[in-house]
Design a protein around this ligand. Structure first.
Ligand code: AMP
Length: 209
């Protein structure tokens, strides 16, 4: 199953994708995670995109499309994939259409206030990538990863002043993809406001229709 997860930052796309990839046995490809991994490695690509990501703006289409093209050429995507955070512009969506056919585009629908609450409490462990939320999914010990005992961090672009930029960028560049994919008959709306288990169940039901 070839899936795209669409929705504003903080809608829970990554959280649902981590469960859905196990259920459907397909890889979860998050362009944000791929960029962050490149930054951690200190690669040329990572260094090039660092300042853009920290500012909350989008990485240029050519760079992002090329990275996704390479990732989708790997063998593990043969039986499907979940693209999380890509496409984010019409140009990316057009490029994706030239690479693969999609089965569904899941549009995670959630209001702005909920998104801000989710993002402001989000924390992660640098080495495992495990994510937490200070209220909705707290670690056993405050500020510490359950498995490794390492400290938890807030993403630089999750800082309040960056979140406003990211939401503006979403409205301007990414929200038009809702109509784009609805016109193609690929869009499935899923209410992303309930707890993740409920969102996941509702999505699974919607994708069998
Ligand atoms: P995310 O983890 O999906 O919120 O992505 C974090 C950041 O990575 C975004 O704010 C962008 O700067 C960059 N990024 C991720 N995916 C894309 C994309 N498809 N196009 C452009 N920039 C992206």
């Amino acid at each position: 199953m070839n899936l795209v997860f669409l929705g504003p930052p903080g809608a829970g796309k990554g959280t649902i994708a981590k469960e859905a990839k196990v259920f459907y046995s397909i890889p979860h490809i998050s362009t944000g995670d791929l960029f962050r991994a490149e930054q951690e490695k200190g690669s040329e690509l990572g260094n090039k995109v660092k300042a853009i990501i920290a500012s909350g703006q989008l990485v240029p289409d050519e760079i992002t499309i090329e990275m996704v093209r390479q990732r989708l050429s790997q063998d593990d995507t043969k039986n499907g994939f979940i693209l999380d955070g890509f496409p984010r512009t019409i140009a990316q969506a057009d490029a994706l259409a030239g690479i693969v056919d999609l089965d569904y585009v899941v549009n995670f629908v959630v209001d702005k206030d909920a998104v801000i609450k989710r993002i402001s409490g989000r924390r992660f462990c640098k080495s495992t990538g495990r994510t937490y939320h200070v209220i909705y999914n707290p670690p056993k010990v405050e500020g510490i990863d359950d498995e490794t005992g390492e400290p938890l961090y807030q993403r630089e672009d999750d800082a309040p002043e960056r979140v406003a930029t990211r939401l503006e960028v979403y409205e301007k560049s990414t929200a038009p993809l809702i109509a784009y994919y609805r016109d193609k008959g690929l869009l499935v709306d899923v209410d992303a406001s309930p707890a993740p288990e409920t969102v996941l169940e509702n999505m699974k039901k919607a994708l069998t229709k």
